[in-house]
Every structure is written in C-alpha cells, then in structure tokens.
Design a protein around this ligand. Structure first.
Ligand SMILES: Nc1ncnc2c1ncn2[C@@H]1O[C@H](COP(=O)(O)OP(=O)(O)OP(=O)(O)O)[C@@H](O)[C@H]1O
Ligand SMILES: [Mg+2]
Length: 240
C-alpha cells in the first residue's frame, strides 16, 4: 500500500543485548504516529531500525510492501526525511548548504538559495538565516533548520526524533504546528518520537508506548484517558 510502514514482530539484538523485542505496528499517511516511553526504552533505536541504520535480527519491516532488505528499498529511502535526536547539522556548512546538502553537487548556488528561501518560510525562518552557521543558531532555530532539511526534497515519509527537546513551550508549539501542517496533507507518513505529553494529546491521534524494548501500549490518544495501564498513566501524570 502507498506510503505505509509495517513492522511484524521485529526484534533487534546488538552485542547480545536486546534492543527491541517483538515490535509489531503499522503507520499510514492519514494517521500520524507518535512514539513515547521513558529514556532508553528503545525509541530512537526503533526509528533507526525503520530507516535501515540498525539491522533487524528477526521479524520484518515492509515499506510500501517491500521488505527493507530488498534492493528496491533504496529508491524508497530517497523519499524519507529524517531529523535525528541531536539535529545532526553539518557544523561546517551554513543553513542553506545544510538544507540543500543533497543537491550541492548538482545545482548552482543561486537556484539552491532560492529553493532554501521557500523552505525557510515553511518553518518560520527568515531569508537572512540562510547564511548563518549552526553555531550561530538558537536551539529552536536548529530544530527548524533540521526539519527544513528533512522536508527539503518533499519526502513521503517523515521521521522525527524529539523535534522539540529542550525548547520552551512556545517554541514547542510552533514546531508541533509546523509538523502538523506537513502531516495534514495526508500524503506524508509521519512518525515522531517525543517526550512532550501535552504535544502528544494536542497534535496526534495514534500513540505507541515503548517500555524496556517492548511495545507496552498502542492506541488512540483518547484511550490514554479511558484505558491506561499504570505505566501509561505515570507517563501522562503531569498532563492529567
Ligand atoms: N548501537 C547500539 N549498540 C548498543 N546498544 C545500543 C545501541 N543503540 C542503542 N543501544 C541501547 O539501546 C537502548 C535503547 O536506546 P535508545 O537510544 O533507543 O533509547 P531511547 O528510548 O531513544 O532513549 P532516550 O529517551 O534517552 O532518547 C539503550 O540501552 C542503549 O544503550
Ligand atoms: Mg532517543
């Protein structure tokens, strides 16, 4: 099916340590998914496994019905936009070069800067920001540049790891609104890892809770209130 990610009983073991155990879930463009869970529960590892950076030991991952160990998957991975937990901007490149890094060798500077301006507008940054270096950016600006880079090639899949970590509540809302707008077209399949429970409730419909390498709970946001386990309740304690 178009723009879908399906995990079937996925387990990952690294150096004899279980990182993910028996994870099954599916994500479609009309249902943005957020993944929550306490530190070290496996959230980032799950994202890295989905994008092929960590090898699956058992079970399978299918993207558009194609297994991720199939050769054809590389073409599909071109349609992925990813924001890593620490933003991972290239320190030696300025903002427009970061955003356009995929195209630096293929197109002229003027065209790429022009394209950058359009994307900067989408994430609420100024044209003049295009010429700053990562060291000159605030935390919120870094996040926006990381998102801008992830969406620069209009990806069909968007994978974001803690896109609002360390931001104040106002900046957090701005980032979530940007993400929601991107997902609202229902063309983009969105997976977001977040620790912001207010954001989860306000902006998402589907929630997965990881706990100690396993999928602990999965459901619609409203079920967090109706049908929580004690652990789910504790994660949402501050919001309830
Ligand atoms: N490449 C790796 N090699 C060995 N262990 C790893 C590797 N990647 C992750 N782990 C381990 O897997 C566990 C889960 O890590 P992960 O980064 O997925 O957690 P997380 O849920 O994203 O935590 P946080 O909320 O702190 O970001 C941790 O115990 C970590 O040490
Ligand atoms: Mg993480």
């Amino acid at each position: 099916m178009k723009n879908t990610i399906v995990l079937k009983k996925v387990s990952v073991v690294i150096d004899q340590k279980t990182i993910l155990k028996d994870i099954s879930l599916s994500v479609k463009p009309d249902k943005p998914l957020c993944i929550i869970g306490r530190g070290s529960s496996g959230k980032s590892s799950l994202l890295k496994t989905i994008i092929g950076l960590i090898k699956v030991n058992s079970g399978s991952i299918l993207i558009n019905d194609i297994p991720i160990n199939d050769k054809r998957i590389n073409e599909i991975f071109n349609d992925f936009g990813v924001v890593f937990q620490k933003d991972a901007l290239f320190d030696s490149l300025n903002v427009w070069q970061n955003i356009m890094f995929r195209s630096l060798n293929n197109f002229g500077k003027d065209l790429l800067i022009k394209k950058t301006y359009k994307i900067l507008e989408k994430v609420g940054l100024q044209r003049s920001d295009a010429f700053l270096f990562p060291a000159e950016l605030s935390g919120g600006m870094r996040k926006r540049v990381a998102i801008a880079r992830a969406i620069s090639h209009s990806p069909k899949f968007l994978i974001l790891d803690e896109p609002t970590a360390g931001l104040d509540p106002i900046k957090t809302n701005v980032i979530f609104q940007i993400i929601k707008k991107l997902a609202d077209n229902k063309q983009t399949t969105l997976i977001v890892v977040t620790s912001d429970m207010r954001g989860v409730i306000k902006y998402f419909s589907e929630v997965v809770v990881l706990e100690n390498t396993r999928l602990h709970w999965k459901g619609e946001v409203q079920d967090v209130y109706k049908n929580p386990t004690p652990h789910v309740k504790s994660l949402f304690e501050k919001v309830f």
